[in-house]
Design a protein around this ligand. Structure first.
Ligand code: AGP
Length: 362
């Protein structure tokens, strides 16, 4: 069955490897021959009435929402905000007149996210759940559902659900942008780009040996580590750090690279691993300078860089793709670095201590 780990030692590795197939499945499910999104018209009509999108999620799903918000704003021009569900639930911000809610939840069962859904329904607001599990609680209770089509995700550390959440949000952002006559959404060749992503992901998962050796050289012994980036790369830095923390128990932080010098740089010691994510033209030079600042304090710097921005001494070079979709590639080496760090320590990769796959308490 799809939920069988076969010859894989852990589900996580299998699920990382499945990501190119999941991307192709999403293309097949959601984009027609001409690359036009196939999305429920009623959902788009409801979204068209909204003056602001509110994306709600926890953990990795929250991190996928941070990426999604950038896509929605660029392709639809509708202001979009992202909230951690357990925060929104107990301190609702001042709302716009006509909010539309997007719940991101792999399991569809996260209690914190459900709490928000229950509250916003009482206020009469429409909602969409993007989930991997048909008929899950949040799917049943929201006005609309879009499925991730990622197949069962068993490992506690979420991998293919994250990339599926990013890809399905890209589909929805394109569809909604087109419904709002936004030229940028029309021009965004998502079908072609997701094809490039699938090939790129395959190249990264095929470079496991390199990632295993980087993990054993740089991440096996340190107490802490940092992922840094700006903009969309910062969103991926947060997810990358969460992966490393939850399965390898290395205390990791995802940080906005420009913010380091405002305090956190005090933590950099000799050999502290700092991993820079660099995929955006506008911020590449700035993140490079921030890496220089930590190098001069003795940090061990690694880089995850898009090909067109790569320099001779970069560690991991990613295939080029549309700047809005770089998280689909940059996250994969980070997933594998976390995996091999955990594996190298002899930990139970799929079932890290203190964690459950779906968190049904508030
Ligand atoms: C991911 O690696 C985590 N185990 C966790 O943050 C998870 O993403 C979170 O609990 C949300 O779960 P959901 O997507 O099923 O709502």
């Amino acid at each position: 069955s799809a939920a069988d780990k076969g010859t894989y030692p852990f589900y996580m590795l299998k699920e990382v490897d499945e990501q190119p197939v999941v991307m192709r499945k999403i293309v097949q499910e959601y984009l027609n021959e001409d690359g036009v999104p196939v999305i429920d018209q009623d959902l788009l009509e409801t979204m068209k009435k909204a003056d602001r999108l509110y994306i709600i999620g926890a953990g990795t799903s929250y991190h996928a929402g941070l990426v999604g918000a950038r896509m929605f704003e660029r392709l639809t021009k509708v202001p979009t905000q992202v909230f951690i569900s357990s925060e929104f639930a107990y301190e609702q911000p001042i709302m716009s007149e006509r909010p539309f809610f997007i719940f991101l939840t792999q399991s569809g069962e996260t209690a914190d996210s459900r709490e928000v859904l229950v509250n916003i329904k009482k206020q009469g607001w429409p909602s969409l759940t993007i989930t991997n599990v048909p008929k899950s609680t949040l799917s049943r209770e929201a006005s609309y559902t879009l499925l991730l089509h990622a197949g069962p995700e068993i490992a506690v550390a979420s991998t293919k659900a994250y990339t599926a959440q990013v890809a399905v949000q890209a589909v929805l952002a394109k569809a909604f942008g087109m419904a709002r006559n936004q030229q940028e959404a029309v021009d965004f060749d998502l079908k072609q780009q997701l094809g490039i992503v699938a090939v790129g992901m395959q190249a990264i998962v095929d470079s496991k040996d390199q990632l295993e050796s980087i993990a054993s050289r740089y991440l096996a012994t340190p107490r802490n580590a940092f992922y840094i980036g700006r903009g969309i790369d910062w969103s991926v830095a947060l997810e990358s750090a969460l992966k490393l923390k939850e399965i390898s128990y290395v205390q990791a932080e995802g940080f906005a690279s420009g913010e380091l010098k405002h305090g956190t740089i005090a933590l950099i010691e000799s050999k502290t691993p700092v991993i820079g994510i660099i995929t955006q033209d506008r911020t590449a030079g700035l993140t490079r300078s921030n890496l220089q600042e930590v190098v001069s304090r003795g940090a061990s710097v690694l880089t995850i860089v898009s090909k067109h921005l790569a320099q001779a001494d970069d560690t991991i070079v990613l295939p080029d793709v549309d700047p809005l979709l770089t998280p689909l590639l940059s996250v994969v080496p980070a997933q594998l670095l976390a995996y091999y760090t955990s594996l190298g320590k002899g930990l139970d990769v799929d079932k890290p201590r203190n964690l459950a796959k779906s968190v049904t308490v508030q």
